[in-house]
Design a protein around this ligand. Structure first.
Ligand code: ADP
Ligand code: 5GP
Length: 199
């Protein structure tokens, strides 16, 4: 039997979650096995981001209305904005036997881990905080205040890495991706390969 999982990637802002999860979704090995969750957020779209693609961009009023209706599997205030994982897409994916990939913060990940079975939690981090700062600066999406806030919170988030099933250090991108692929091959192909070898 294939047991579909909720696969969570967490880690500080700038650690490389978006880059790595994008590579997974484009990979011929994994793309048929994974569905990407689409989070809702009250933060403003960055240049190039589109509603319904990177996020479901909501006003605070719309977000709170959905929260009250119980639409979210988890929702959190992260860096002064609200973010939430819509429950319907997660449940639809699992029902179809597909793994669903979530890129969410450590507090949201803890909630999902407590409330759901079959959760695989992977923490992504940079080799040092200096790398993180440089990558955030290079990405250029944050003003100075937001950058400082993200780095301050990063220190707290990194303390939670021990709560995860795996930690991937995003040093070079090919190396980090190789490590992530190894974990996913082991974790999501395991039930099927056991079944095959049992035949
Ligand atoms: P997150 O989604 O965790 O906030 P991103 O995927 O946006 O992080 O990555 C932050 C920035 O660092 C991006 O500009 C990305 O292109 C870059 N980046 C990601 N991985 C690496 C790496 N291994 N080496 C150098 N730069 C990287
Ligand atoms: P960003 O604003 O850089 O896209 O995301 C900021 C942070 O919010 C990241 O740590 C990201 O993982 C987290 N995040 C994105 N979507 C969700 C979500 O649905 N729930 C929670 N709890 N965190 C989220």
């Amino acid at each position: 039997m294939t047991s579909a999982k909720i696969i969570i990637l967490s880690g500080p802002s700038g650690a490389g979650k978006t880059t790595l999860h994008q590579k997974l979704l484009e990979s011929p090995v994994f793309k048929s096995k994974l569905i990407r969750s689409l989070s809702a957020t009250t933060r403003l779209p960055r240049k190039g981001e589109r509603n319904g693609r990177e996020y479901l961009f909501l006003t605070k009023k719309e977000f709170i209305a959905r929260q009250k209706k119980g639409d979210f599997l988890e929702s959190m205030k992260v860096f002064d904005n609200y973010y939430g994982t819509p429950k319907d897409k997660v449940d639809a994916a699992l029902k179809k036997g597909k793994n669903i990939l979530l890129c969410i913060d450590v507090k949201g990940a803890a909630v999902v881990g407590r409330n759901r079975a079959d959760v695989l939690k992977i923490f992504i981090k940079t080799p040092t905080l200096r790398h993180l700062k440089q990558r955030l600066q290079k990405r250029g999406t944050e003003d100075l205040e937001t950058l400082k806030l993200r780095l301050k919170i990063a220190k707290e988030e990194i303390k939670e890495a021990g709560e995860y099933d795996y930690v991937v250090i995003n040093d070079s991108l090919p190396h980090a991706y190789q490590e992530l692929s190894r974990i996913l091959r082991k974790e999501i192909f395991k039930p099927e390969s056991v079944q095959k070898s049992d035949k």
